[in-house]
Design a protein around this ligand. Structure first.
Ligand SMILES: [Zn+2]
Length: 642
């Protein structure tokens, strides 16, 4: 490793700790982690850390942020405390570090009994050590005592954006970190996040009381990512997805918003013989691990269909595309997920299939998952009333006095517990108020107002996704602008920079299934003939993503990749064509033949119109030869993707 020590020592004016760090130690530490060459950004962060400065690191995934606290934990004389909400990632890191014989202690709610005692003892004995914990456990008095004995070289706050209600992933447990750091004697702080708008950055610095921090930030995307947006509605979206997945180079990831859509897309792709794996929260842990291991296998070129549960800590560098089947809930989420493509530095596609109607799905999901401020406020008042009487209520009694169901009350209590305001102990019925009793109402109100802001910001973030989809300019520049970075030069890779022409209507048309299941004898008189209504015939699997709406059934598509200003006339024509085809899709073999002939004719016209584009055959941008051709005689079936 060429540890560029000149850079490493670039920011030493804030302290003198730099002199204690021998570049050879730094090099040895990096090598123990298997790092041959540090990124310039990593060196900047380490430079700040070793100079004793506070550092705010805003770097997209793939920059090896964990090395920025792991290396100091081996080099600095006292333990480095890492606070992260991601249990699975911590476990994974612990295993890897232990395998490399690097001193590490993990301490979270799952470490109990003798193991917990041993962990505290190890921490108290001090020396170079990485202590990984959660925001909740960071509050444990025993940890404070152990760290008081050992001293702390550095506190690294991972996923630091969770501290801010302006961010997309606010967590109440992070509210306690500011005061906690002061209790721990105000050690130097390294705050790490993959994405943060200027507002969120300010919030992090203020809440953690960082002192004149060194900010190491990079553009929210890498210059090998080719961004593209396709506007498509309803069923057309799924058809475009299948066409893209069949043509783009694998391995790739397809992100869906709901578990239901993951299953639907997975089923369809398997039918088209695309090697696909899937991952979502409703599968068992064993199923998820198996699918993930299959996808991660070296040299395997498959597609992972997943919800946003997939991808944290995924270290697969050769992902050639990340395709979003729906608009994400925020651009923060989008750049993180899209950034999982092309980590090897080679070109990768980041494609978003955008349908305005999908916003409703996000609104529904957010309404379900977010705490309701008014309910939180009510609970705070009820708790305050109990506290005034000097009594501790049970869950049932509290629910009654707050006039809410016990389930909602329990969920809200969990939020208050995360924020460190109350405690519920196993086997104890009474709810214990941890803050001064006369301040519980005010504390709950403050927390409620943070959730109120979070809710408002959710809506603004969805607006930002729509604005990105509709941006008539370089998408990379748009993203850089959003994240408060210098826009720089146009990327030269996105659909806007390349001035990509509109996708032809065939791109959104129903697809013939080249691998039809064995035909069963049709049952007579069950509405299988031509007279069958369009609405039934085109359903195929009968599974509809939650976000698909009635309008989608018409097959109407908003084509044109970059923007919707594709001309109404063209759109209407596309709609009519699609309608004709979906109608035929529901019919029997003879009608399918008719559909094929018609498609053939249209395809011919299109080829004429679009001829001479000069892209190589198979290029994903070249859709004119994209029709999956039905095989054999008239025995093919359609309808799977409609
Ligand atoms: Zn561009």
């Amino acid at each position: 490793m060429a540890a560029r020590s000149s850079r490493t020592g670039a920011r030493e004016e804030g302290g003198s700790r730099r002199e204690l760090i021998d570049p050879a130690d730094l090099e040895a530490a990096a090598q123990r982690l298997g790092i041959e060459q540090l990124h310039a950004e990593q060196e900047d962060v380490l430079g700040g850390v070793f100079a004793g400065r506070d550092v705010l690191m805003v770097l997209p995934t793939g920059f090896g942020k964990s090395a920025c606290y792991q290396i100091p934990s081996m080099v600095l004389p006292q333990p480095v405390l890492v606070i992260s909400p991601l249990l699975a990632l911590m476990r994974d890191q612990e295993e890897k570090l232990l395998a490399r014989d690097i001193p590490v202690v993990r301490l979270d709610g799952t470490v109990r009994g003798k193991k917990r005692v041993a962990a505290f003892e190890r921490i108290a004995s001090g020396g170079p050590l990485l202590v990984m914990t959660t925001p909740e456990t960071a509050d444990a008095p025993e940890l404070g005592e152990a760290l008081e004995k050992s001293g702390i070289s550095l506190v690294a706050v991972d996923e630091a954006h969770c501290i801010s209600e302006w961010g997309h992933d606010f967590r109440p447990a992070y509210r306690r970190l500011g005061p906690r750091l002061r209790e721990l004697g105000g050690p130097p702080v390294l705050a790490l996040t993959a994405t943060a708008t200027p507002h969120v950055r300010e919030s992090i610095v203020k809440t953690l009381r960082m002192r004149d921090p060194v900010v190491v930030a990079d553009s929210p995307h890498r210059d090998n990512l080719a961004f593209e947006v396709l506007w498509c509605e309803g069923d057309a979206r799924l058809r475009a997805l299948v066409r893209l997945v069949r043509r783009l180079r694998r391995p790739g990831i397809v992100y869906c918003t709901t578990t239901r859509e993951v299953d639907e897309v997975y089923t369809i792709l398997r039918r088209f013989k695309v090697p696909a794996t899937r991952y979502h929260g409703k599968m068992t842990a064993a199923e998820r691990n198996k699918e993930q291991a299959s996808f991660m296998r070296r040299g395997r070129r498959s597609v992972m269909i997943a919800t946003n549960a997939f991808g944290l800590g995924i270290d697969k560098s050769d992902i050639r595309y990340v395709l979003h089947a729906q608009g994400p809930a925020s651009l923060e989420q989008y750049v993180q997920e899209a950034g999982r493509g092309g980590r090897d530095g080679r070109r990768a596609n980041a494609i978003l299939l955008f349908d305005e109607a999908n916003r409703a799905v996000h609104e529904l999901l957010l309404a379900r998952s977010r705490v309701r401020p008014d309910q939180l406020y009510r609970l705070g008042s009820a708790l305050s009333a109990w506290a005034d009487e000097g009594r501790a209520p049970s869950l049932e009694a509290l629910a009654l006095s707050a006039d809410m169901g016990p389930r909602i009350t329990a969920a809200l209590l969990a939020t208050l517990e995360e924020a460190g305001l109350v405690r519920r102990q196993r086997g104890v019925e009474e709810i214990e108020i941890l803050c001064p009793p006369d301040s519980i109402e005010q504390e709950a109100r403050t927390l409620a107002s943070q959730f109120e802001r979070l809710k408002r910001e959710d809506s603004r973030r969805l607006d930002a996704v729509a604005a990105y989809a509709d941006a008539g300019r370089c998408r990379a520049q748009f993203l850089q602008d959003y994240f408060g970075e210098d826009e720089g030069e146009p990327c030269g890779l996105c659909d806007a920079c390349l001035q990509k022409s509109e996708r032809p209507s065939s791109f959104f048309a129903p697809i013939f299934n080249p691998n039809p299941p064995k035909r069963k004898k049709p049952r007579s008189g069950k509405g299988r003939g031509r007279g069958r209504g369009r609405g039934q015939g085109q359903r195929g699997e009968g599974q509809r993503g939650e976000g698909q709406r009635a309008e989608g059934r018409s097959g109407e598509s908003r084509r044109g990749g970059r923007r919707r200003r594709g001309g109404r006339a063209a759109s209407a024509q596309g709609s009519d064509e699609a309608k004709t085809q979906t109608h035929e899709a529901g019919a029997d073999g003879a009608s399918v033949d008719g559909a094929r002939r018609r498609r053939g004719r249209r395809g011919g016209r299109r080829r004429g119109r679009r001829g001479g584009r000069g892209r190589p055959r198979g290029d994903p941008r070249n859709e004119s030869n994209d029709e999956p051709r039905p095989e054999g005689d008239g025995a093919c079936t359609m309808v799977r993707v409609n």
